[in-house]
Design a protein around this ligand. Sequence first.
Ligand code: FAD
Ligand code: NAD
Length: 466
Amino acid sequence: MKSYDVAIIGSGPGGYVAAIRCAQLGMKTAIIEKYSTLGGTCLNVGCIPSKALLSSSHHYEEATKHFEDHGIEIPGEIKVNLEKMIGRKQAVVDQTTGGIDFLMKKNNIDVFEGLGSFIDATHIKIEGKDAQEIEAKKIIIATGSKPSTLPFITLDKERVITSTEALKLKEIPKHLIIIGGGVIGLELGQVYRRLGAEVTVIEYMDRILPTMDAGLSKELNKVFKKAKCKMMLSHKVQSVERNGDEVIVKAENKKGDVVEFKGDYCLVSVGRKPYTAGLNAEAAGVKLNDRGQVEVNDHLQTSASNIYAIGDVIKGAMLAHKAEEEGVFVAETMAGQKPHIDYNLIPGVVYTWPEVAAVGKTEDQLKADNVEYKVGQFPFRALGRARASGDIDGFVKILADKTTDEVLGVHMIGARCADLIAEAVTAMEFRASAEDISRMSHAHPTFAEAVKEAALAATDDRALHV
Ligand code: FAD
Ligand code: NAD
């Protein structure tokens, strides 16, 4: 029987990053993945393929709607070749997952293909291509998550689909009905709207992206409405039925009326749930909580002291970079180091266009905590760089403590915000004040100038360009 210092179950961004860090720290490391490709949800059916389709559809929209503004004329009709677009996406995925194979080899990590299940707290049974039993002193559970649904919905995966199927459709829907105006619904909704589908988003809450700052929800809702998406807020879905090629969704609105929507595809994007099926966690003494998450303490240690858990399968935001941070954290903890994660400073990003990004506290959270704060906001349309490229939608909003000026939250919507948020994270990690940011030189002309201007606005209401 092969024996390891550490074995990791699941090869998503949590698991594979943990494996690399364990190997870097001198541990003999194994990783077990039930699928034939490494990388988990993120690389195979999540972050990477969705961003590939967002990029392709963005190019199409630019070509059909905005090239002319720039004096670029394309004779003849511009057409989408969906098969080719999906094929390119798959090539990007294959290249990226192949990169993880390379990293495993480079770091001398043994990869086992098969379903891993606990025999006891130090032994794992692998069923599948590399079937065998292995022993490990320490084990990390990184089994991730799967799409959740509503009890009355039958996901036939043809027309009533999850994100996994939406990433490989064979035709552009005529009318895509999306249940859930969260990250997946909005990113994939925008992809298919750009490609020509009619899109209806049905959201239970009174705003899209309900966990983000309300100002961002409002602004992105405007963008979707401008693109002629139907945004049905405060609608409670009651039934989803398939009739041949038609999908009929019924939802109750605020007044109590039942509204009917008919489309040819329905994307169910109401969140994801932790995945532990087949893991036999009980055999190792690993406890789950009532939400099905693996329960962990502050060291991400489970109820079995030699077993840790990270990523989507435990509490917290279901984000690839959160899983990665936890992978590094656990590897370093096991090596006797004292790592630290500030969960308040894990940024959240929605890769629509304009992009939405945030870190720290929202206005609602500060109000609930009775924190006195000031707001500095700056619109992208006032920036030379934004006007030069034609990306004028959105703003940067900085929330700073009213007394100390410490930055408590940064919320932005606009071009390149997914990258701009890194400046806010850095500043907040160093507990910068709004004035600190406002006194740093930001290259001109850049989108990043909006961060400086918002900081100026927060400092003393002295933005320069509005
Ligand atoms: P996962 O990536 O889910 O990996 C878990 C792995 O464990 C899987 O490969 C699974 O097959 C394997 N596994 C499970 N059980 C076993 C077992 N018993 N034996 C062996 N193997 C097992 N996050 C972002 O930060 N940015 C984004 O842009 C983003 N976009 C997304 C887009 C979509 C459409 C989706 C669905 C998700 C997106 N996410 C994004 C979320 C992100 O994918 C997850 O947060 C991330 O993948 C979680 O990583 P993980 O390592 O915890 O688990
Ligand atoms: P989500 O939690 O982001 O959004 C789900 C939405 O569905 C919410 O707005 C919720 O109010 C709504 N909802 C719930 N029940 C409903 C009902 N009965 N009727 C109508 N609406 C309902 O979940 P998601 O979009 O499915 O994404 C799942 C996870 O994947 C998220 O946790 C997210 O962090 C992650 N993800 C991240 C990214 C990114 O970082 N860019 C992209 C995609 C997915």
